[in-house]
Design a protein around this ligand. Structure first.
Ligand code: ZN
Length: 450
């Protein structure tokens, strides 16, 4: 297969959604200043930006000190440039990835608090894209959200404006998804030791694997069970931070299990079948799991989940109009997922069928997940909400937040409402409470009934 055919196959969803690719001959230079790259935040931003840019363009140059990956991130002690170049070529063997200094003709994404006319910077819950210097004070926080969000926003703007990004300033507080308008407030840090318990994921497609990518940047301290019956195809790679050429033909859950294992997450079960056929799901015990990430729509999966009195659910979605979102369902408090998606019964995903047959219809919800930065954004936003579960103040936000990337990034939080006559209105609250007992986040439901 020549490079052109390879790229056409790999970028199928991107081309159908946006009608264009980035010019493959235009170089993007990802530069990190030497101070920022020695920090957790700088390395999380770099790993995210490189992973995403390499799925958007074959011409990415890395201009950063080749320092060891720091403790608490996956792949610790490996040199960050060597590691990143290896991973970039695994995702695109035809790419032109290299390590070299910035050149004037490059499109520059500069990670750091200063050092370029436009910078990309994040620490803790804060993300900043705009003119130097960054308003975010330098602190040591093991929280990748702000840093990774700044990287995703910078990459999204590069694509939206097709290398002609106008000057722009955004300081975002991802703790409450507010535009901070240039002012950095004190927000609660994450606990020093993160333990997320037992997480089950239904659907390890683009958004699901994006959540796994950002979770492992945050902590490797969780166990997980992954449900998905599909196999990895080449066109999945651009929208997933973890799938590579080596995974093509493998079951998605097996590819994800391998990735997690390499990141240091050792307790992973891969269940390559539809949820309703899974013995693990059917024999689910009271209080298990602690959290359900439901990142799939096919085969009536939401009805199947909601009929079985699920624990708290958090996930991300990508939508039409270049939009991403994160959604939360706390049992007995929030509307359920069928309130929100009443008409997804028995609709198959593209992933489950021949990909060449159905994708001319842009109204098909699965084709929406077609831009790499939207999947990354949805995964990161969902991960942020999952991390907030560890804070005593939770829940302190509406149950749904959108990111609009057109014409410029903007976050909007708006709670969804219960749907009259939905199956959740007929469920027994007392049965639900009993089935939640013992799960890590059951108190969120109990608190609301008082
Ligand atoms: Zn409902």
């Amino acid at each position: 297969m020549n490079h052109q055919d390879y790229r056409a196959e790999r970028d199928d969803r991107l081309l159908r959604y946006a009608g264009r690719q980035l010019d493959p001959n235009r170089w993007i230079c990802l530069r990190v200043d030497s101070e920022y790259v020695s920090t957790f935040s700088g390395q999380a931003a770099f790993l995210t930006a490189a992973t995403l840019l390499g799925r958007m363009s074959p011409s990415v140059a890395l201009d950063t000190p080749n320092v060891p990956v720091i403790e608490s991130l996956p792949w610790q002690a490996q040199n960050i440039c060597d590691l990143t170049l290896k991973r970039l070529y695994e995702s695109d063997p035809h790419g032109n990835f290299c390590e070299r200094p910035f050149r004037d003709e490059d499109f520059l994404i500069h990670l750091g608090s200063e050092g370029a006319p436009s910078i990309t910077h994040g620490i803790g819950w804060y993300a900043y894209v705009g003119p130097e210097p960054s308003p975010i004070p330098t602190t040591v926080e093991i929280n990748p959200v702000g840093a990774c969000l700044a990287a995703v926003i910078a990459a999204a703007r590069l694509f939206v404006h097709d290398f002609n990004s106008p000057s722009f300033t955004l300081l975002l507080n991802a703790f409450d998804w507010s535009d901070a308008s240039g002012h950095v407030d004190s927000v609660p840090p994450l606990p020093g030791t993160l333990d997320l318990g037992d997480i089950w994921m239904v659907g390890t497609g683009s958004v699901g694997t994006s959540i796994l990518f950002f979770l492992t940047l945050s902590t490797q301290n969780f166990s997980t069970t992954l449900f998905d019956m599909d196999q990895v195809k080449r066109l999945n790679i651009t929208r997933s931070p973890i799938f590579t050429e080596d995974h093509i033909g493998l079951e998605k859950v097996e590819a994800a299990r391998k990735y997690l294992h390499n990141c240091g997450v050792t307790s992973v079960r891969a269940e390559p079948c539809p949820l309703h056929e899974s013995a693990i799901w059917k024999q689910r015990q009271t209080g298990s799991p602690d959290l359900l990430i439901s990142a799939a729509n096919e085969l009536n999966v939401r009805h199947g989940i909601e009929n079985q009195y699920p624990p708290i659910q958090i996930y991300g979605t990508t939508g039409q109009n270049w939009q991403a979102a994160t959604i939360r369902h706390i049992p007995l408090l929030d509307p359920c997922s069928v309130c929100l998606f009443p008409n997804t019964e028995y609709s198959k995903t593209l992933c489950a069928t021949d990909t060449n047959q159905r994708s001319t219809d842009l109204d098909n919800e699965q084709v929406d997940a077609a831009l790499p930065f939207l999947s990354f954004a949805a995964g990161l936003m969902a991960t942020a909400e999952i991390l907030k579960l560890t804070l005593p103040e939770y829940p302190f936000l509406p149950n749904r937040t959108f990111l609009n990337t057109l014409p410029e990034p903007r976050f909007v939080s708006a709670s969804m409402k219960s749907r009259k006559g939905c199956l959740c209105t007929k469920r027994s609250n007392s049965i639900h409470s009993k089935l939640l007992a013992g799960s890590r986040f059951a108190h969120l439901s109990a608190r609301q009934r008082d």
